[in-house]
Design a protein around this ligand. Structure first.
Ligand SMILES: [Cu+2]
Length: 119
């Protein structure tokens, strides 16, 4: 009896955590792709998430190797997507994209990745 109760509790706990992990806004795709090397400077960074994101509590920063922002304008967040325009003609180099998102279920996620422009 006790074993059965424990089994039920464990099963419930596992499904509950699986559900909450699923519900977070995780990064699904990025343009430029995570870790990619591209020959042409991108005009924007576009991130797509597994959940809708709250525009007021979510953001993206794109910085060059020396830590300076290369964003041109404000981050646009709509539905499950965030995008930000970049300054034109980025020079060759490695750029870091740092994002944070609050999903519609109020959970917070964050991450970062780099891409390289190498003509
Ligand atoms: Cu969540």
């Amino acid at each position: 009896m006790r074993t059965m109760l424990l089994t039920i509790l464990v099963a419930f706990g596992l499904s509950a955590s699986a559900f909450s992990a699923w519900a977070h806004a995780e990064l699904v795709t990025a343009t430029p792709r995570v870790g990619s090397t591209i020959p042409v400077p991108p005009s924007e960074v576009r991130l797509s998430f597994s959940e809708g994101v709250e525009p007021h509590f979510s953001g993206v920063a794109v910085t060059s190797a020396d830590g300076r922002s290369v964003a041109a304008g404000r981050v646009q967040a709509q539905g499950s997507e965030m995008r930000v325009a970049l300054v034109r003609g980025l020079p060759a180099g490695t750029y870091r994209v740092t994002w944070h998102a609050v999903s519609v279920d109020s959970h917070r996620t964050q991450g970062s990745f780099t891409f390289e422009v190498r003509p």
